[in-house]
Write a protein that binds this ligand. Structure first.
Ligand SMILES: C[S@@+](CC[C@H](N)C(=O)[O-])C[C@H]1O[C@@H](n2cnc3c(N)ncnc32)[C@H](O)[C@@H]1O
Length: 249
């Protein structure tokens, strides 16, 4: 599983509420972008599901959905299995290596493929192959929605992303009454824009959108962006277009 270790899983679980900028808002944006009504039966696949929080939120918002949560970390799968047990056979948790190809057919017939903070472990070429594989396997109404680190292209935007990330981490630690978690965030050198690590390979948002379009998604969008973290994705169906804004509205 690339360079992500069980120690990385433990560290992430310890500091995620501080280390992920506006985590709830990011997750809520991803779920709100899913182009489905709450009562629809859906097949969802999650890539790099961690301890299962996004899966839990999706299964709650879409009560007729089933979800397969895939992750490479044994402790993360154990946490996710515990968290998702109340959903019975609507939730499944399984092992995968996101960089391998042997799990791709799990995406067959999915209506929604989601991933939060995992795909930046793939290099540019593997992201492109994955987007194509997802587009080919999703149902005709399907969507691939991703929340992830992106790679700011200009030094000024990179500095801004780094500063915003630290500021969110500090604020979130203060709000939790846990300043030690901010110190841990700093000590772990978690801010990729200050301390790039070989295992993290975020790509430019512009490239993601082009790759999704080339993969066969009809509409591609970024729905949320903060501190170098973005929610973006591709939709196989274009959907009805919104009325253009009037100049006097
Ligand atoms: C930063 S955590 C994000 C977890 C969760 N999606 C969230 O948003 O809270 C990254 C997740 O990706 C998983 N992961 C990292 N590299 C992986 C790989 N090569 N194959 C499968 N899973 C991987 C880790 O086990 C971990 O659960």
């Amino acid at each position: 599983m690339s360079d992500w270790t069980e120690q990385s899983s433990q560290t992430y679980r310890d500091i995620a509420d501080v280390a992920v900028p506006r985590r709830q808002e990011m997750t809520a944006s991803l779920i709100a972008a899913a182009p489905f009504g709450a009562a629809e039966p859906l097949k969802i696949v999650e890539l790099g599901s961690g301890d299962g929080r996004l899966a839990e939120a999706l299964l709650t918002v879409f009560p007729r959905a089933t979800l397969t949560a895939l992750d490479g970390s044994e402790s993360m799968r154990a946490e996710a299995s515990r968290r998702l047990a109340l959903f019975g056979d609507r939730a499944r948790v399984a092992a995968f290596d996101v960089a391998a190809l042997d799990w791709w057919d799990r995406m067959f017939g999915a209506d929604l493929i989601v991933s939060s903070l995992c795909l930046h472990h793939l290099n540019d070429a593997k992201k492109q192959y994955l987007y194509k594989a997802a587009a080919e396997r999703l149902s005709p109404r399907g969507a691939l929605l991703i929340a992830d680190l992106i790679d700011p292209q200009h030094p000024a935007s990179r500095t801004l992303a780094a500063d915003q990330w630290d500021a969110h981490a500090r604020q979130q630690a203060d709000a939790l009454g846990a300043p030690d978690l901010y110190q841990r965030f700093l000590a772990e050198r978690w801010n990729h824009f200050r301390f790039p690590h070989d295992m993290d390979k975020p790509s430019a948002l512009f490239h993601h959108l082009i790759w999704l379009r080339h993969a066969g998604f009809t509409s591609v969008d970024c729905c949320w962006l903060n501190a170098g973290h973005a929610v973006f994705g591709g939709f196989k169906q274009a959907g009805a277009s919104a009325a253009p804004l009037r100049a006097d509205s």
